[in-house]
Ligand binder design. Structure first.
Ligand code: GLA
Length: 380
């Protein structure tokens, strides 16, 4: 039993005096490439991290939900009338899943639920989707609900969009639910067709080095919503259902104001980079994948304007120290950078980034290896 499984089990026993009926886990994710494309009906290519949210749960007979966060040392109890979209707090990621299931017509019995997670918070690694997807798996099993994986991801996203109130796409919840070990998930966010693309980097003598810059910006939510609004405005001006449908970039740019034009250029070129990245992976062409990653970062920095000093420094430094390519991952404005690095150069690249951060008085980044791992699952 892993440390977190044990921790969740112990906490459940302490809370209820009984064993949980089951333990479920769902991972955080890294998006290899394809940023902010999901809400433009575009393409994404995430993989699941080893770090995950763990849920220990058992049903209750009184129709109430008791949620305990081991990490925050807090317990809350909610009744049916307390499931109100927009309610604040960590518990909304769990309550939102109950609510989303109910909205879809499912009956969800009360439950005791204990949560713990080792997905870094606010690092752009989808700690919230991990909670939602683990909770979805738990509630589905506890209530005997037969829900397909893609539908689970969509319900978890409903919790995030309509209950928590963050206007995200499906990237995070799809990754946390659908990913499998040693693969990236190529997902078309229009028809949700997907393919598991082998990403056995270690077999190619490579590693994906993750640098958590530990920069967390408070204005992320507003900036995210603003980018999304720009894309919707551009679609309206261009008369297309979504930016996915822009086929002639130059013609589109001629019809758009300068700033919105740059936002559109990021989305259109990023979609093309995802398709190229999939082809590069299929061909085992990792140097090309690295180039695409670095180009994606430049596009996020110059056109979409969602990077900031620390992630830019991490990318430049990693590439100068030998990485095949590097880019920020996730919603933006800080968080994590991933670098594609030859296995024998991992230490040297990590040390170079740490030294550059010290030099720039940016504090100490945390580095770890991003090994493509399994999606949501029942552990016991
Ligand atoms: C956040 C959102 C995702 C996606 C990314 C950017 O992680 O939750 O839906 O838009 O940002 O690619």
């Amino acid at each position: 039993m892993s440390v977190l499984t044990q921790q969740a089990t112990d906490a459940f026993r302490a809370l209820t005096g009984n064993d949980p009926e089951g333990i479920w886990a769902a991972p955080g994710r890294i998006n290899l490439i394809g940023e902010h494309t999901d809400y433009n009906d575009g393409f994404v290519l995430p993989f699941a991290l080893p770090q995950a949210a763990y849920v220990a749960a058992a049903p209750r007979t009184d129709g109430r939900w008791r949620f305990r966060s081991v990490d925050l040392d807090e317990t809350v109890e909610l009744g049916p009338d307390d499931l109100v979209p927009g309610s604040p707090g960590w518990q909304s990621y769990l309550a939102g899943v109950v609510w989303a299931l109910q909205q879809a017509g499912h009956t969800v019995a009360g439950a005791d639920v204990v949560l713990t997670s080792d997905v870094p918070l606010g690092a752009g690694l989808s700690s919230s989707a991990a909670i939602e997807c683990a909770a979805l798996a738990a509630f589905a099993d506890l209530n005997g609900l037969d829900i397909e994986p893609l539908e689970r991801a969509k319900l978890a996203r409903t919790a995030e969009n309509a209950y928590v109130g963050a206007p995200t796409g499906l990237l995070d919840q799809a990754a946390s639910t659908l990913c499998i070990e040693d693969h990236a998930l190529f997902l078309d966010c229009r028809d949700f067709a997907s393919r598991q693309v082998p990403l056995a980097v270690t077999g190619a003598g490579l590693e994906i080095l993750v640098v958590d810059t530990r920069t967390r910006h408070s204005h992320v939510d507003g900036e995210y919503a603003a980018r999304r609004a720009s894309c919707e405005e551009a679609s309206r001006i261009l008369g297309v259902p979504a930016l996915r449908d822009v086929t002639d970039l130059d013609a589109a740019l001629a019809r758009l104001p300068e700033l919105i034009g740059r936002r559109v250029r990021h989305i259109v070129t990023e979609n093309a980079r995802v398709l190229e990245a999939v082809a590069a992976l299929d061909a085992g062409d990792y140097p090309r994948l690295g180039e695409l990653m670095t180009a994606s970062h430049a596009s996020m920095r110059d056109d979409y304007e969602i990077t900031e000093t620390s992630v830019d420094l991490a990318v430049v430094t990693a590439c100068a120290a030998g990485a095949l390519g590097a880019r920020m991952t996730g919603g933006g404005f800080g968080g994590c950078v991933l670098a594609l690095v030859r296995a024998e150069q991992v230490e040297q690249v990590a040390a170079a980034v740490t030294a550059a951060f010290a030099e720039a008085s940016l504090g100490q980044p945390v580095t770890f290896l991003g090994r493509p791992s399994a999606g949501a699952r029942r552990l016991h």
